[in-house]
Design a binder for this molecule. Structure first.
Ligand code: PLP
Length: 391
């Protein structure tokens, strides 16, 4: 159908998150009775801890069903500050904490506040697709930070610094990373932060949504620990991955005071406030028992080992060991398949849903993203289906 309606050019430049399209197709196939193993979408397969669910139910019964302050209820903002103090030994003022419906609005806000034509924004590639999508939306120039397989999908600080210039408004970092599972080592951060002293106008957006999903006893390095950049650092974290709460839509950003007011205004202009019951659940999650977080991590670790071993045993596939998050990013170049075709054929012909690396940027060509947030049994079955398909 043709239409006379005209829209602005910016929305035409928006990209998307293919994982949601794969999820919809996988669910449609499952509804037709096909046996589908979903390694496409990035969400824990566990239930939200019971005490968290109860806190939301209680909040609703007690009358917490109205609007809240746009930035979130004070008790939750305080609770986030306390949690960051305990986990990263940093002092965060609750007035710098913006609670949002999921963590995604923080990147939307940060990129919209800083991006415009004539400016540059650096972002990880392959990386979470919304970064590049939003950069293009604002008209800023996207400058990829190349994440290389042979470097464990991390970046070289000197290379990044050589690309920073007077037009660089924002540098986006994501560790542990989606879609690669890469974790940036502390000495790389040390070098990057030291080099950035030369560019005081460049804001840093550190997406730390997987901060509690690290393996082999590795400790998360938060950019909040670097005092010298605190006045130009935005940090993303939240509940979705850590507490299996993706559908509750609850996340947060730590903002420098100079930018907070713009982010808060964007919140008021778009959604008014985050969901009230979810915010009470968020307090229970942060302040209640943490044992389920550890149990989920142990389960992810077991699956991580199985998926890496299983994929490496398939001719034509090599898979580096992810150090964090719940994704593996195998190199499938030797199979000779175009990864978009492979994504589609694996889903339609074997019932295994996963996402082509190209959905995470041009540098994802030749890779697949495998989300192992599924049972060990399903992960193993998916690997054997892939093996059988390729042979
Ligand atoms: N940042 C990264 C790197 C992610 O992978 C995701 C979700 O997949 C998000 C942010 C968004 O999290 P939320 O569901 O809380 O909006």
């Amino acid at each position: 159908m043709t239409s006379d309606i005209e829209v602005n050019d910016a929305v035409k430049r928006l990209g998307t998150e293919t994982a949601f399209e794969v999820l919809a197709r996988a669910e449609a196939l499952a509804a037709e009775g096909k046996n589908i193993i979903n390694l496409g979408i990035g969400q824990p397969d566990f239930k939200t801890p019971e005490h968290v669910v109860e806190a939301a139910q209680k909040a609703l019964r007690d009358g917490a069903h109205g609007y809240t302050p746009a930035a979130g209820i004070p008790a939750l903002r305080q609770s986030v500050a306390n949690d960051l103090q305990v986990r990263h030994q940093v002092a965060v003022d609750p007035s710098n904490v913006l609670i949002t419906p999921g963590a995604k609005p923080i990147m939307y806000f940060a990129i919209s506040i800083l991006g415009e034509p004539g400016t540059e924004i650096m972002y990880p590639n392959p990386g979470f697709p919304i970064y590049e999508s939003m950069i293009r939306y604002t008209g800023a120039t996207p400058v990829p930070i190349e994440l290389k397989e042979d470097a464990g999908f991390t970046f070289d600080a000197d290379t990044v610094l050589s690309q920073v210039n007077e037009n660089t408004r924002l540098i986006i970092i994501n560790s542990p990373a989606n879609p690669t599972g890469g974790v940036v080592p502390q000495d790389t951060f040390d070098k990057l932060v030291a080099g950035l002293e030369q560019y005081p106008k460049a804001v840093i957006l550190s997406d730390e949504i997987y901060s509690r999903i690290l393996y082999d006893g590795e400790k998360h390095v938060s950019l909040l620990q670097y005092e010298s950049i605190r006045d130009r650092l935005i940090v993303i974290d939240g509940w979705s991955k850590t507490y299996a709460m993706t559908g509750w839509r609850l996340g947060y950003g730590i903002w420098p005071s100079t930018l907070f007011e713009y982010a808060e205004k964007l919140a008021v202009n778009s959604y008014s406030c985050p969901n009230a019951a979810s915010q009470h659940a968020g307090i229970a999650a942060l302040e209640g028992p943490q044992d389920q977080v550890g149990q989920m991590l142990d389960a992810f670790d077991e699956r991580r080992k199985a998926v890496v071993e299983g994929l490496n045993a398939i001719s034509g596939i090599t898979c580096v060991e992810p150090k964090g998050a719940f994704y593996a990013f195998p190199n499938v170049q030797e199979t000779g398949f175009d990864t978009r075709d492979l994504q589609q054929r694996l889903l339609e012909e074997t019932g295994v849903a996963l996402v082509s690396g190209t959905s995470f940027g041009a540098l994802g060509e030749g890779y697949l993203r495998v989300s192992y947030a599924n049972s060990l049994e399903n992960v193993n079955e998916a690997v054997s289906r892939i093996k059988e398909f390729l042979s």
